[in-house]
Design a binder for this molecule. Structure first.
Ligand code: FES
Length: 442
């Protein structure tokens, strides 16, 4: 049993999962297996099928045949630059085992697909993803700080939920509209999602509904999960959180811990009473720096960002002033070293062009004129080609669409500079065209 070569604590966690957690997800089909491995790779880890690589510092996922026997293991390893976790024992030589995807065929439906209707998105990256909407039950509602509650959500029939990775969010379908909330629970818990919700007094009513109306036992519509803020490999991470911005970072620092990366969290808030999850963070010692503004003032970004190792990655989530401050200090950094997640759309200048442009929909050949007062999303929707959307402000990623020709005028808060320059996807809820004509894969 190859899992025996993983660290003991990890073995316990993996084996504590219900059998179907890994059986159905991992080997529902050879295709599914390939996608799983590709997904793990895009999370930035090396996958070693058939044995635990000597450099393995993190997770090992057992692959089981239909009768539940372990037939192989997938080792999820830190990159070579990552330091080994002090808890990880040295790995023994790999046992001889190699299982081809075709050996693992099992034509059952992946468990996640049972969770509700799946909508395929239009873009190239998006085409590999689906957005599922389902009704989940509020299994627990807890006040974790002044103005902050967590909801733990579960399938009403106890079914497992679609997998997710650190940085992912879900949509909550609330009266008055859809809202996005980062998943902040245990990504290895296949049966529960946890989100943290800040009451926003000037908001549109979504957070007030969660705080004042939604109760344990209630059903709530949930879409996703989706991930626009994935954790990429690094030997060192700096996480910076402001207020409720701590939520997407919680699973990231657990992941950094698992792969043995060096990490530090700088967490600011108005006061200790308003800062959630302090009890969970207390066990991380001096990895975590708590900075209540009424005790210590603003976050010392200058010190935190100075002297970071060259391979360090910085992940920031919080209110716009914090994100703006970090971005201005990191101007000129190599692309990708800084990743931010915005709950509120970034300020955008005027569109590149103020005249109408044409969008050609490649799948139907339809040509749609987009006037300066319409979004591409609305214009193509009015022409009878609806695109799945949610936030309509360029922050959630739902409407991601592949660009086949033309240059988009990116106005979202999701793509980094490299992705913008590539110009192969756009978010039509906000983004427009720099050229007379744009061809979209719709
Ligand atoms: S609908 Fe959210 S990014 Fe377009």
């Amino acid at each position: 049993m190859l899992l025996a070569h993983a660290p003991t604590e990890l073995q316990d966690r993996v084996l504590a999962q219900p059998l179907e957690t890994f059986t159905e997800h991992t080997i529902a089909s050879a295709d599914r297996l390939r996608r799983t491995l590709a997904e793990v790779r895009t999370q930035g880890y090396v996958v070693c099928r058939g044995h635990i690589h000597p450099e393995a510092a993190g997770a090992a996922v057992p692959l089981r045949s239909g009768d539940g026997a372990v037939v192989a293991a997938v080792a999820v390893m830190s990159p070579t630059t990552t330091r080994r976790s002090p808890r990880s024992p040295p790995c023994r030589p790999p046992p001889a085992a190699s299982v081809e995807p075709s050996d693992l065929l099992d034509h059952r439906e992946p468990a996640g697909a049972r969770c509700g209707p799946a909508h395929t998105l239009g873009g190239s990256r998006a085409r590999e993803r689906t957005v599922r909407e389902t009704m989940l039950r509020v299994a627990e509602k807890r006040v974790v700080a002044e103005g902050v509650v967590t909801l733990t959500l579960a399938h009403p029939d106890g079914e497992r939920l679609p997998d997710w990775a650190p940085g992912a969010h879900v949509d909550l379908l609330l009266p008055g509209g859809t809202r996005q909330y980062s998943l902040c629970g245990d990504r290895w818990d296949a049966h529960h999602y946890r989100v943290g919700v800040l009451r926003e007094p000037g908001g549109r009513g979504g957070s007030a509904h969660v705080h004042d109306e939604l109760a344990e036992g209630d059903l709530v519509g949930v879409g996703g999960p989706r991930n626009n803020f994935g954790l990429v490999p690094a030997g060192h991470y700096l996480f910076v959180a402001g207020g409720i911005g701590i939520t997407p970072l919680l699973p990231m620092l657990r992941q950094a811990e698992i792969v043995g990366a060096a990490w530090h969290l700088l967490y600011g808030g108005r006061s200790r009473a308003t800062m959630g999850f302090l009890d969970e963070l207390a066990g991380h010692g001096d990895h975590v720096e708590i900075v209540p503004q009424d005790e210590r003032g603003l976050l010392d970004l200058g010190t935190a960002l100075a002297d970071l190792p060259a391979d360090a990655r910085v992940y920031v989530c919080g209110p716009p002033p914090l994100l703006d401050a970090v971005e201005s200090r990191c101007a000129g950094w190599a692309p990708g070293r800084l990743r931010t997640e915005r709950f509120v759309a970034a300020e955008q200048g005027a569109p590149v062009r103020d005249a109408a442009f044409e969008v050609e929909l490649a799948r139907s050949g339809l040509r749609v004129s987009v006037d300066p007062r319409s979004s591409v999303l609305d214009a193509v929707g009015a022409a009878g080609v609806p695109v799945l959307s949610s936030c309509r402000s360029g922050t959630c990623g739902t409407c991601e669409t592949t660009v086949l020709a033309g240059r988009p005028d990116h106005r979202d808060s999701l793509l980094d500079d490299d992705e913008r320059a590539a110009g192969d996807v756009m978010f039509p809820c906000v983004s427009r065209s720099r050229d007379d004509r744009l061809v979209l894969d719709l």
